[in-house]
Design a protein around this ligand. Structure first.
Ligand SMILES: Cc1cc2nc3c(=O)[nH]c(=O)nc-3n(C[C@H](O)[C@H](O)[C@H](O)COP(=O)(O)OP(=O)(O)OC[C@H]3O[C@@H](n4cnc5c(N)ncnc54)[C@H](O)[C@@H]3O)c2cc1C
Length: 487
C-alpha cells in the first residue's frame, strides 16, 4: 500500500457534544465509510459576547482530555486546532482529503450565525455537510402553541412536550472509527491555555469528574439513590438531593435522551407506572432546560436585554462595593454568603440558593441582573447561555414565566426553611460553624453569650448585613411601581 495515499472520509466537528455515545454526528461519520476524524476547534471570539468563562474553560480542558483518551482506546484521537473555524475546516479538508463535515447543533445566537455561515460556505464548495440534534429532546422550532407561536409559559410548554412520543433511543457509541493513513497535525491541549492562571481549580477538581464516564456514573448514582426523593429533597442545599448533571449536560458528556431513557429503564426495572416517571419532577426540570433553549432561540436578544421591555427603564444601581461583597460572599446574610462561596470553590451552586442569591442581588441590592449573570458566567462549571439567561430574568421578574417582581425572597427565612439545621451554612461559612441552628441564619441578632461561646463577633469575624432587608424590600417595591406606571 502506498503510505502516502490519502483516503476520503469525514471530519466530526465536536463542540458541546463531548461524548461517544448518542452522538449523531460521530455516528454519521462512522457510517459514511473512510476515515472519521474528530476535530475540536478553539475559537472563543466567534462566541462573543459570551465566550466560555473561567470555570467553563477548566471543565472544557478536562472534558477534551477525557474524550481524547477514550478515542485513543479505539485507535482514534482528537485533533485540536485554533480557529477561525471556517478556515481551519477548509485546511483540514485539504490536508486529509475528507469530503464531509458533520456536527451537532447548538442554539446560542452567535453560534447559530457562525454555523450558518460555515455551512453555507462549505456546501458552496461542494463539501457534504450535515448537522444533527444531540442536545435537546425537542428542537426549539418543533414545539409551538395553539396560535403557532413560541411558548412563554413553562407549564403548557412542558405539557406539549409530554404529548410527543418518547425521544429516539440513544445511539450506542461507535465500535470503530476508521483512522486516516496519516493523522493531520494537532496542537497540544495545554496550548489552548484553558486551565486557570490563578489557583482556584483545586475545589473544582475535588468536586467533579468531567468526562462521559463521570456523567454516566453521576446519572446512575442519582437514579439509584435520589430519584425517589427528588421532589421532597430538591430544594434542600444541605442534602445531596439533585442530580448534579448540569455541567455534564452543558458540555454534552450526556444527552437529555440518555437521561430520559435512563429514567425509563430504571422505572421499567422497578415496575413504576409510565405516568409516574414521565410526569416526574426530575424530568420536568430537564424540561426547564428545554424551555430555556426554546426561549433563547425565539428571543435571541435576551442574554443582554430583558424580555419584558418595561424593565429597560428599571433604575438599577451602580455600586462596586456592594457587588464585590456579593461576589465574595461577604453580605452578612449567611445563606447568600454560603452560596457565593460554594460557587467560587466548586463552580456550582444549588438551584434554591441560586434563586436566593440572585434575588438578593437584584431586589435587595438593586444591582442589575446582568451583573449577576456575568459573574455566574465566569464562575459556574455549568454556565449555559439559555439556562443562565432564563434563571436571571426569571428571578428579576423581567423574563418569561418569571417570578413576579413583588415576590422578594427574605434571605433569612429562606435559609431557615431550606437549611433548617444550618448544615449548609456551617460547611461554607466556617466562621459561623459553632452557632446553634436557632441563630445561624441571623447571627447578628444572637445573644452575646451564645455569640461569644461560638466565637462569632458580628462586624469583625462575620460581616454585619450590608443592607437591611425590610428597608431594601420597600425601596425595590417602590422602584418596581415606578416602572409599572411608566410602562
Ligand atoms: C440565577 C440562575 C442561574 C442559573 N444558571 C444556570 C446555568 O448557567 N446553567 C445551568 O445548567 N443551569 C442554570 N440554572 C438552573 C439550575 O440552577 C441548575 O440547572 C441546577 O441547579 C443544576 O443542578 P442539578 O444538575 O443538580 O439539577 P437537577 O435538579 O438534578 O435537574 C436536572 C437537570 O435539569 C436542568 N435544570 C434543572 N433546573 C433548571 C432550571 N431552573 N433551569 C434550566 N434547567 C434546569 C439542568 O440541566 C439539570 O442538570 C440557573 C438558575 C438560576 C436561578
Amino acid at each position: 500500500m502506498n503510505s502516502k495515499k490519502i483516503e476520503p472520509g469525514s471530519l466530526i466537528w465536536l463542540r458541546l457534544d463531548l461524548r461517544l455515545a448518542d452522538n449523531p454526528a460521530l455516528d454519521a461519520a462512522a457510517n459514511l465509510g473512510g476515515a472519521a476524524i474528530p476535530v475540536f476547534i478553539h475559537a472563543p471570539d466567534e462566541e462573543a459576547p459570551w465566550p466560555p468563562g473561567g470555570a467553563s474553560k477548566w471543565w472544557l480542558h478536562q472534558s477534551l482530555k477525557s474524550l481524547d483518551a477514550q478515542l485513543r482506546t479505539m485507535g482514534s484521537q482528537l485533533i485540536i486546532r485554533r480557529g477561525p473555524t471556517l478556515e481551519t475546516l477548509w485546511a483540514l479538508l485539504k490536508e486529509t482529503g475528507a469530503t464531509a463535515v458533520f456536527w451537532n447543533r447548538r442554539y446560542e445566537p452567535a453560534v447559530i450565525a457562525r454555523d450558518a455561515r460555515v455551512k453555507e460556505a462549505l456546501r458552496g464548495d461542494g463539501v457534504k455537510v450535515e448537522s444533527f440534534n444531540a442536545a435537546l429532546l425537542n428542537e426549539p422550532w418543533t414545539i409551538r402553541n395553539k396560535s403557532d407561536r413560541p411558548f412563554q409559559v413553562f407549564t403548557p410548554f412542558w405539557k406539549q412536550c409530554l404529548n410527543e412520543a418518547d425521544p429516539a433511543k440513544p445511539l450506542p457509541a461507535p465500535i470503530k472509527l476508521a483512522a486516516p493513513a496519516h493523522w493531520p497535525k494537532s496542537i497540544a491541549l495545554d496550548e489552548l491555555r484553558l486551565a486557570p492562571k490563578i489557583n482556584w481549580a483545586g475545589g473544582l477538581r475535588a468536586a467533579w469528574q468531567p468526562g462521559e464516564a463521570g456523567a454516566a456514573e453521576q446519572l446512575e448514582k442519582f437514579l439509584t439513590a435520589a430519584f425517589d426523593d427528588y421532589s421532597a429533597q430538591r430544594n434542600r442545599p444541605d442534602a445531596v438531593g439533585t442530580s448534579r448533571l448540569s455541567p455534564h449536560l452543558h458540555s454534552g458528556e450526556i444527552s437529555p435522551r440518555q437521561i430520559w431513557h435512563g429514567v425509563k429503564t430504571m422505572a421499567a426495572k422497578r415496575g413504576l407506572p409510565t405516568a409516574v416517571w414521565r410526569n416526574s419532577q426530575f424530568l420536568a426540570e430537564v424540561g426547564w432546560r428545554e424551555f430555556a433553549h426554546h426561549l433563547l432561540f425565539h428571543f435571541p436578544h435576551t442574554p443582554g436585554e430583558p424580555l419584558r421591555p418595561q424593565f429597560k427603564n428599571f433604575p438599577w444601581r451602580e455600586d462596586a462595593a456592594l457587588l464585590r461583597a456579593w461576589r465574595t460572599g461577604r453580605t452578612g446574610y449567611p445563606i447568600v454568603d454560603a452560596g457565593m462561596r460554594e460557587l467560587w470553590t466548586t463552580g456550582w451552586m444549588h438551584n434554591r440558593v441560586r434563586m436566593i442569591v440572585a434575588s438578593f442581588l437584584v431586589k435587595d441590592l438593586l444591582l442589575p441582573w446582568s451583573d449577576g449573570a456575568r459573574w455566574f458566567w465566569d464562575t459556574l462549571v455549568d454556565a449555559d447561555l439559555p439556562s443562565n439567561t432564563l434563571g436571571w430574568q426569571w428571578t428579576a421578574g423581567c423574563g418569561a414565566d418569571a417570578a413576579p417582581y413583588f415576590r422578594i425572597f427574605n434571605p433569612t427565612t429562606q435559609g431557615e426553611k431550606f437549611d433548617p439545621n444550618g448544615d449548609y451554612v456551617r460547611r461554607w461559612c466556617p466562621e459561623l460553624a459553632r452557632l446553634p441552628a436557632e441563630w445561624i441564619h441571623r447571627p447578628q441578632t444572637g445573644p452575646a453569650d451564645i455569640l461569644r461561646a461560638a466565637g462569632v463577633d458580628p462586624g469583625r469575624t462575620y460581616p454585619q448585613p450590608i443592607v437591611d432587608h425590610a428597608a431594601a424590600r420597600a425601596v425595590a417595591l417602590a422602584a418596581f411601581a415606578r416602572i409599572k406606571t411608566s410602562a
